[in-house]
Write a protein that binds this ligand. Sequence first.
Ligand code: 5GP
Length: 130
Amino acid sequence: MSTIFTKIIDGEIPSYKIAENEKFYAFLDINPLAKGHTLVIPKKEINYIFDIQDDLLSEMMVFAKKVAKAIEKSISCERIGVTVIGLEVPHAHIHLIPINSITDMDFSKAKLSFSKEEFEKITESIVSNL
Ligand code: 5GP
């Protein structure tokens, strides 16, 4: 059975798409820790990030860098925090999170909620800076 993220890539489940190429897809996290919290995933369904083949993993980080630079230009923050957890969705993903302090990376904190319009505005802003 496909993962929820493969369904997002295939358009079966909607997402706020930030960027895509033949190998990777980036979209806003639906339960963000911060405005602009984005996930970067490989299109190939691989559960654990460190099972990704070297070449693809390197390319994934370069793709994530491009997305992070666009988030940086769109959202006021000190920098973009990067983390990988993967306990919830068995499809490798890098979290890109605009942060100002270490506590902004605390996944046990309550998540933010945004309206569809707000998510669309955030998406437009990041995409315009790619
Ligand atoms: P992790 O697997 O790294 O622990 O967490 C998975 C992340 O994926 C969470 O931050 C969660 O909010 C996000 N997520 C789970 N399901 C969906 C979804 O259907 N759409 C989007 N955009 N994000 C999701």
